[in-house]
Design a protein. Structure first.
Ligand code: NJP
Length: 241
């Protein structure tokens, strides 16, 4: 359908795949991320395929950038139907590495970035009396493993925030949280610890599923009738323990 869908972290991986799939199904896209060159190329690709996409440089750690992204949707399309809060950072490492800068980054992007999106879109959804939050958590939210303490903590927080949002949202606002397992994106390269990076990259090459698998799950949730709220979707590679 022709829903207006804003996506954060649309410049690569899961966000990019979701934008391409939803555009091919008729959604009008509002693309946000920091790498504007990639957003521009993606918007061109969507347009060339007959779709509609606009974009804005968006750093989700900046509350004003989320407000601007939502405002862009309203200016260009008169409304916002779905906010896909997908931007995420995963520079994972053992706590002993004391990469406190990366701990900050994960909290700022994964938790505060999601909150900034909720703050920007919730008033719009209230005034429209309709809207849908789709947020990317992680299977790391279901169980922490070494080197992933902070990352998993942020994704547990995302799950709690989205469940709280669901309970408070009322019948007009839908809330979906997506929990991907290992997905083949650039995410694995983010670790500053060479051993962790090599281990994750190896696992990724062995078992990861393509980002399109997550995009299809997002499309499934969005395309349900208004009274159907798909709350949590877990998508893992079959080979993931
Ligand atoms: O990774 P990647 P994914 N402001 O690196 C953006 C979760 N996940 O697609 O700003 C705005 O290709 C960045 O854009 P840019 C994961 O936690 C993944 O795998 O231009 N955007 C890029 O578009 C995350 O929530 C796996 O650098 C910011 C995007 O985020 C989501 O999936 C497993 C930003 C990251 O794209 C998408 O990640 C899992 C900022 N400050 C959960 N910082 C997996 N891949 O295995 C980053 O369980 N971005």
């Amino acid at each position: 359908d022709d829903k207006v869908v804003a996506i954060t972290g649309a410049s690569s991986g899961i966000g990019e795949a979701t934008a391409v799939l939803l555009a091919s199904r008729g959604a009008r896209l509002v693309l946000g991320a920091r790498r504007s060159d990639r957003l521009a190329a993606l918007a061109d690709r969507i347009s060339a395929a007959g779709g509609t996409a606009v974009h804005a440089r968006t750093d989700v750690t900046r509350r004003e950038d989320l407000h601007a992204l939502v405002a862009l949707a309203q200016e260009r399309f008169g409304r916002l139907d779905v906010l896909v809060g997908n931007a995420g950072a995963g520079p994972i490492s053992p706590l002993d590495d004391l990469r406190v800068d990366e701990w900050d980054e994960m909290v700022d992007v994964n938790v505060k970035g999601v909150l900034h999106g909720i703050a920007a879109a919730l008033p719009v959804f209230r005034s429209q009396q309709s809207g849908h939050f789709v947020t990317t958590s992680s299977t790391a939210a279901f169980g922490v493993v070494p080197s992933m303490a902070v990352y998993a903590g942020t994704k547990v927080a995302v799950r709690a925030i989205c469940e709280g949002l669901r309970q408070e949202a009322g019948p007009a606002v839908r809330v979906t949280t997506v929990f991907p397992g290992f997905v083949h994106t650039g995410f694995a390269e983010a670790s500053s610890n060479p051993e962790v990076r090599a281990r994750i990259a190896g696992m990724r090459d062995e078992i990861a599923i393509p980002p399109d698998a997550i995009a299809r799950a997002v499309a499934f949730a969005i395309e349900q009738p208004a009274e159907v709220d798909v709350n949590e979707i877990v998508v893992r590679p079959t080979a993931q323990a």
